[in-house]
Design a protein around this ligand. Structure first.
Ligand code: HEM
Ligand code: HEM
Length: 354
């Protein structure tokens, strides 16, 4: 058996030199220090994305992206397709865990100031991946074509329409018609399974390539105790963690399976208590708190402009944090990070309890 394996390995190696890749990976080192734990979260995000691709493709075998058939096709997946309910439940739970781990990965690299030279582009591609992940969540949410999804999409796309000049055309582009209709579902389906995976994979490739070329960053304020080879030591630790999160995912998916609810009925009045996914809640709740007019400007519009500007500033952190770039301590970064986390948590909780 071992001989056969060695022969296959040599056959492939003579043609594509995989031993060079193994040599390259074994020359890579991961710094050891008291914050090393944060190096694992990018890998966990990657793992959840792989699960999304695999379960997503399996769902497309039976899912039908039209308003007449979408709800029924999911009912079929859940009741007739062998393990269909499980695949759907894993896809929905893994989507939540994926976004949750990206939040952790993003804030940890922010507090560690990993975005400083030469990793500015790693940060920028990361923030783009974050926005794309939210778009994955938003577009996926409509696909079951149930009551909750329908009205949440209506409210979400209405918010886009508030922005002057570009708002209305953008809303029309997303919806494919004046209202949320079957045309919106077809579009969201195309975004979710074609456009977003394509753009996301391209940017993820650049993100991971940059991490490979530049290696892992060392902390600013702490001495590194030593190094661990990436392959196999760090890689095997990554695998153990993946196994652990796979177990968490399995328990959640089996014991709290996804529900389907009632089929969307565009003519029915919006049911009470329409709520977006938890990762949009902090923005949704903040907009609800704003008065309808602040001085001469519409309150909701002001909120959207503030969130939009915060998003642009977040994307450009490496370019305005000049102090860190010069190698000085910048406490403002800690304050901004802590404020953002508290704001997100408090607004999310208020969104659920109010
Ligand atoms: C799906 C999304 C993402 C995936 C799959 C991903 C994957 C990874 C992986 C595997 C690493 C190397 C290990 C680690 O440091 O954790 C990494 C590093 C990094 N990521 Fe991400 N990432 C994602 C999103 C983000 C986001 C949202 C940001 C920031 C806004 C970001 C910024 C960075 C930075 C700056 C590094 C370098 C860390 C260092 O050298 O210490 N990534 N990413
Ligand atoms: C290539 C990748 C992907 C494919 C082919 C895919 C495919 C699908 C399909 C066919 C559905 C409809 C079935 C259903 O609603 O249960 C769906 C739903 C969904 N997808 Fe994806 N997906 C992919 C990636 C992602 C990613 C990265 C996310 C991350 C946020 C995501 C989040 C969702 C959500 C939240 C739903 C609704 C789940 C529910 O029914 O409650 N998907 N996806």
């Amino acid at each position: 058996m071992k001989k056969l394996f060695n022969n296959i390995y040599s056959w492939i190696d003579e043609r594509v030199q995989i031993s060079d890749l193994v040599k390259f990976m074994s020359k890579k080192y991961v710094p050891i220090h008291s914050h090393s734990i944060w190096y694992y979260f990018g890998g966990v995000s990657l793992f959840f994305f792989i699960i999304q691709v695999v379960t997503g493709i399996l769902l497309t075998f039976y899912y039908k992206g039209s308003s007449e058939q979408a709800y029924e096709s999911i009912k079929f997946i859940m009741s007739k397709v062998e393990f269909g309910w499980l695949i759907r439940s894993i896809h929905a739970w893994s989507a939540n865990l994926f976004i949750f781990t990206i939040f952790i990965h993003m804030f940890s690299v922010f507090f560690e100031r990993t975005y400083r030279k030469p990793r500015e582009l790693t940060w920028v591609t990361g923030v783009l991946l974050f926005f794309l992940s939210l778009s994955f969540g938003f577009s996926g949410y409509l696909l079951p074509w149930n009551e909750l999804a329908y009205f949440a999409t209506k409210v979400g796309t209405d918010i886009v329409g508030v922005v002057p000049i570009i708002g209305e055309p953008l809303k029309l582009l997303l919806r494919g018609s004046e209202d949320v209709t079957g045309a919106t579902l077809s579009r969201f389906f195309a975004f979710h399974v074609m456009l977003l995976p394509l753009i996301f994979s391209l940017i993820l490739f650049i993100h991971l390539l940059l991490v490979q070329i530049q290696g892992m960053s060392e902390p600013v304020e702490e001495k590194v105790k030593g190094n661990m080879p990436f392959f196999p030591n760090f890689f095997l630790r990554d695998l153990i963690l993946w196994l652990l999160v796979l177990n968490i995912l399995a328990v959640l998916a089996v014991f709290f399976p996804s529900e389907l609810g009632l089929k969307a009925n565009p003519l029915a009045p919006a049911p009470a208590g329409i709520k977006p996914e938890w990762y949009f809640m902090f923005m949704f709740q903040s907009l609800k708190f704003l008065p309808s007019k602040i001085l001469f400007i519409d309150g909701e519009l002001l909120g959207i402009l503030l969130f939009g500007s915060a998003g642009v500033l977040w994307l450009l952190v490496p370019f305005w944090d000049r102090k860190t770039a010069r190698g000085q301590k910048n406490r403002l970064i800690n304050y901004i990070g802590i404020f953002a986390i508290i704001f997100i948590i408090v607004m999310t909780i208020l969104g659920w309890v109010l």
